[in-house]
Design a protein around this ligand. Structure first.
Ligand code: FES
Length: 141
């Protein structure tokens, strides 16, 4: 029964979303809240009402700070959840400098292209990561 409803969800979402968007939506690897996060970015889009929290744990590689772990908690559409998970995948293990280079277009490309009306979901994920890094830097001062 559970498998049947899952298959129905997938067929409703296709062909609107790519296979990869659906996979990240149904099985996000980084979903959840992080206790004792070093930085938290909270962003939202007032037009659609979606909200994202991006949590980062900071570590060191040689003498540089890196995003050691990352999680997200998103209340929103399938694309918002997929893009949150994708940016988490892309940013994990990276220096802040490299993580901040991840643009919404990169996220969309990695997901096999988002529908144009869903590009703002990737922009929100990009803003969420930036806000988490800024939050960490502010706390550190
Ligand atoms: S519809 Fe607004 S973030 Fe997805």
């Amino acid at each position: 029964m559970k498998q049947k409803s899952r298959n129905n969800s997938i067929s409703i979402m296709r062909p609107y979303y790519s296979k990869k968007v659906i996979q990240h939506f149904l099985n996000p690897k980084h979903f959840g809240k992080m206790k004792n996060a070093d930085g938290v970015g909270k962003v939202g889009n007032p037009r659609c009402g979606d909200e994202m929290w991006l949590y980062i744990k900071v570590g060191r590689k040689k003498d540089r700070e890196i995003i050691k772990d990352i999680k997200f908690h998103t209340l929103g559409c399938a694309a918002a959840i997929s893009t949150s998970d994708m940016i988490s995948d892309m940013a994990k293990g990276k220096t802040f400098e490299d993580a901040l280079k991840i643009g919404y277009k990169n996220i969309s490309d990695e997901l096999g292209n988002l529908p144009p009306v869903k590009i703002h979901c990737a922009q929100l994920a990009q803003q969420g990561l930036k806000a988490a890094i800024e939050d960490y830097r502010k706390k550190k001062q």
